[in-house]
Design a protein around this ligand. Structure first.
Ligand SMILES: Nc1ncnc2c1ncn2[C@@H]1O[C@H](COP(=O)(O)OP(=O)(O)OP(=O)(O)O)[C@@H](O)[C@H]1O
Length: 263
């Protein structure tokens, strides 16, 4: 569960470069909620994820994960609660390590060090099983270096790794945006599967409105550092992409960039 209460973040305050990225935003995710986040460029979507993960400290407001206030925890201290998949397929995995070594690191995340990368037979069997479910043939390539995989394969692996330890919150930051349409569709489908199978509490930023409507049980739209529109599970089922664009058009002067519509 995630509770965000009136968080604020301004970059370079008091200078000509001042940017108010989060303007008193509040949002609560119940256990198992899957919320998709859309909004114009510069709306503050990435800053929101960075504030939750601890990459940036907020100037005001409270962030609680599973009822614990995490404001003062550094990014590495929050890592045990949070799984994250970035837009860049290179960001979530270690290219010089093998598939099984990457998976071993994910399993041991947040646990005491000292186990090295040694793999038990049982663990290897589990990896094979999990990889088989991805249907990418990676179960036959456990000892291949991750740097050799395609972007889509790496994103699939990153998702699997992020879900492994059942994080309290999974953050997906435009994680299909850098992939070609076919790979993006595959990773979207995998996201749906991994999140629903694990019952993971998830916040997903996307520029693709069709994806934002199809995945998850709630949707929020951001503009100028705050949430300007919210759809509950029931409302979301009724919403269409044109309907969503119309909602956005109601916000004066705003233009929603929907890369999906342009594709
Ligand atoms: N590290 C930073 N330093 C200074 N300004 C920043 C920084 N990160 C974000 N900003 C500013 O904060 C505002 C919100 O940016 P953010 O990246 O969160 O938006 P976004 O909704 O993710 O946009 P996009 O859809 O273009 O990725 C913007 O005005 C941006 O220029």
């Amino acid at each position: 569960m995630l509770t965000i209460d009136r968080i604020e973040k301004t970059f370079f305050p008091g200078t000509v470069n001042e940017r108010r990225a989060l303007a008193g935003l509040s949002l609560t995710l119940e256990e198992g909620d899957f919320v998709t986040v859309i909004g114009s460029n510069g709306a503050g979507k990435s800053t929101l994820l960075n504030a939750i993960s601890g990459r940036y400290a907020v100037d005001a407001g409270v962030i609680e994960i599973d009822g614990q206030r995490v404001n003062r925890l550094k990014e590495h201290q929050r890592a045990k609660y949070i799984g994250r998949v970035f837009q860049d397929p290179m960001a979530g995995t270690a290219p010089d390590l093998t598939i099984e070594q990457n998976l071993a690191l994910a399993v041991r995340r947040g646990k005491p060090r000292g186990l090295g990368l040694a793999l038990s037979r049982a663990l290897r069997a589990r990896f094979r099983e999990e990889l088989t479910a991805l249907e990418l043939g990676l179960e036959h390539r456990l000892t291949a270096k991750v740097g050799l995989l395609s972007g889509g394969q790496r994103q699939a692996l990153s998702l699997l790794m992020a879900g492994f330890t059942h994080p309290s919150i999974l953050l997906l930051d435009e994680h299909t945006a850098a992939l070609d349409p076919q790979r993006a569709a595959l990773v979207t489908e995998l996201t749906d599967r991994i999140v629903s199978q694990g019952g993971l509490t998830t916040l997903m930023v996307t520029h693709n409105m069709e994806q934002a409507l199809r995945l998850g049980n709630r949707l929020v739209m951001m503009h100028e550092g705050d949430i300007v529109f919210e759809a509950s599970a029931e409302e979301k089922r009724r919403l269409t992409v044109p309907g969503l664009l119309a909602e956005f058009a109601k916000i004066k002067g705003a233009q929603l960039d929907d890369r999906a519509l342009l594709a």
